[in-house]
Design a protein around this ligand. Structure first.
Ligand SMILES: Cc1cc2nc3c(=O)[nH]c(=O)nc-3n(C[C@H](O)[C@H](O)[C@H](O)COP(=O)(O)OP(=O)(O)OC[C@H]3O[C@@H](n4cnc5c(N)ncnc54)[C@H](O)[C@@H]3O)c2cc1C
Length: 472
């Protein structure tokens, strides 16, 4: 039966786009963090929406589960199959056409397999900005960004992927094509199907194309690193920038001393230019549409006010683009430094800004008391209240054994604190298979049941990414 089905896939896609040999399938089977490795009947590489629809119909009639996949950079194992060898991976990388850039409407219409960085570069050539930006932008794809509702470094000003999306094209679990490709900023025609598919991590439909918002390219961007002593001062600094710079504030990222020490260990070229390894290093970016002079002066005035109010103890303004890039590289390399250091326990949480000070102080103290020697690699998009509150094993211990013995208790400690502070256990990385049980425990009974109802209604056969996000 399986060979017959593979022949049918090949009849739709062409032989070379149905990968069945172990060697060919291997690159698609393990997630970026190397936490999950699965098996797949085949890896399928469609080129068109119609091909996706035909594949879904074939899978539905043979009861074969489909794992949609983009760049496979997700952190929660959402795009990795299970171990049965009966699921197929549907990787959308060949669907990489930009269908239209509409300058008047400030939108781009593009296919799900477009790589994020390629999209940024394509629109920049027309003096437009696609503001979604994250560390994986060289490999992650628009379909994956939409399916995870990715965040990144510009959420503070432009919102997350959901906020950037105006229209979607989706292949449903029945193999029908929903054309919701309108580039409208207003459309109150009943239930918002688009928002249902965004962030659904491939469990409700396969996103094949989208209409995304574009913005005018800023004339000038200024980036600065500043030193703060504590979170209360850091939040006050954020509020000062929000008040004085308002929508010109496009980045506000936080890195702790411990995160940057790990960076320097693995990437010695990334030394912090601020004096004396401050407790908190904050990366701030302003983007301006008026003039370089205007934004530079504004930045200097705000920094002076911050010094006068004892909110910061040091500041370095990037003197050119390459220095600004080096500041951003420092921030982005923390994730890579952690990967080099070995297995760690990742937390991607959001806390209301007003509770951040309490959360960090209390949780740090509880963590260090309960797990002596533990390293807290805390950094993140602080402007959005989003912390990557990651925990690494004490130096000199085997991280795998430490994680095995302590993972449950560490997550429990963090999630209890998150709940106390009315936060979320997943800010931007999603749920996938990694946090399936955590979602059940923390989403709330009513919300979790509603999610299951939606899943059952849209995918009653449970063939789209089963046992990810919710189990039915
Ligand atoms: C170094 C690094 C830095 C990162 N920084 C950030 C960050 O700042 N912010 C952030 O939010 N994330 C970040 N991530 C996580 C990751 O890059 C994002 O989740 C990204 O959006 C995933 O895109 P992808 O194409 O790799 O999707 P994949 O990993 O391939 O898939 C992710 C999920 O989406 C589903 N999916 C993929 N494509 C489709 C589709 N076309 N239709 C339906 N479902 C689909 C998959 O089944 C899976 O459940 C980072 C990752 C790395 C490695």
């Amino acid at each position: 039966m399986m060979q017959g089905l593979i022949d049918q896939f090949a009849a739709v896609l062409g032989n070379q786009y149905v990968l069945t040999e172990d060697q060919e399938k291997a690159p698609y089977l393990t997630d970026w963090r190397k936490r999950f490795t699965g098996k797949a009947l085949a890896v399928l590489l469609p080129k068109t929406t119609k091909e996706v629809a035909s594949i879904v119909k074939l899978c539905a009639s043979n009861n074969i589960a489909i794992i949609p996949q983009g760049g496979h950079t997700g952190f929660c194992g959402g795009a990795t199959p299970d171990n049965t060898g009966k699921q197929v991976i549907l990787n959308l990388k060949r669907m990489n056409q930009i269908r239209e850039i509409d300058v008047a409407n400030q939108t781009i219409t593009l296919e799900a397999g477009c790589i994020l960085q390629a999209v940024q570069e394509k629109v920049a050539a027309q003096d437009l900005l696609f503001p979604l930006s994250l560390g994986a932008e060289g490999s992650c794809m628009i379909g994956g960004n939409l399916a995870t509702n990715a965040g990144g470094t510009n959420v503070l000003r432009y919102g997350n992927t959901r906020d950037l999306c105006l229209g979607l094209e989706v292949v449903t679990a029945q193999g029908d094509i929903w054309n919701g490709m309108k580039g409208l900023r207003k459309d109150n025609t009943g239930y918002d199907l688009r928002d249902l598919f965004i962030g659904s991590e491939g469990t409700l439909g396969i996103i094949t194309a989208a209409v995304m918002k574009l913005y005018p390219m800023p004339i000038s961007q200024w980036t600065t690193l500043v030193a703060t002593d504590n979170i209360a001062a850091t939040i006050a600094l954020l509020n000062l920038f929000q008040k004085r710079a308002n929508s010109l504030l496009t980045g506000f990222e936080m890195m702790t001393q411990e995160s940057l020490a790990l960076n320097e260990k693995h990437f010695p070229q990334m030394a912090n230019p601020l004096k004396g390894n401050p407790p908190f290093t904050i990366l701030i970016e302003l983007s301006d549409h008026e003039s370089e002079e205007h934004v530079r002066q504004l930045l200097e005035v705000i920094l002076e006010e911050a010094f006068a109010g004892n909110l910061i103890s040091d500041a370095v303004i990037a003197s050119n683009l390459s220095q600004a890039n080096s500041f951003w590289h420092m921030r982005e390399h923390i994730t890579l430094a952690q990967a080099q250091e070995g297995a760690n326990l990742k937390n991607d949480i959001t806390i209301p800004l007003s509770s951040l000070d309490r959360f960090i102080n209390e949780t740090d103290a509880m963590m260090r008391a309960s797990f002596p020697g533990v390293r807290i690699i805390n950094f993140g998009h602080l402007g959005d209240g989003n912390l990557h509150y990651n925990i690494a094993a004490p130096l000199g211990t085997d991280p795998k054994i430490f994680n095995q013995n302590n993972e449950k208790a560490i997550y429990e400690l963090v999630y209890t604190q998150v709940e106390r502070c009315q936060g979320s256990i997943s800010a931007e990385h999603g749920i996938g298979q990694l946090k399936l049980d955590d979602l059940r425990a923390h989403k709330g009974v009513v919300a979790h049941e509603l999610m299951k109802t939606i899943k059952k209604a849209l995918d009653p056969q449970n063939i789209l990414n089963p046992h990810k996000v919710v189990s039915i």
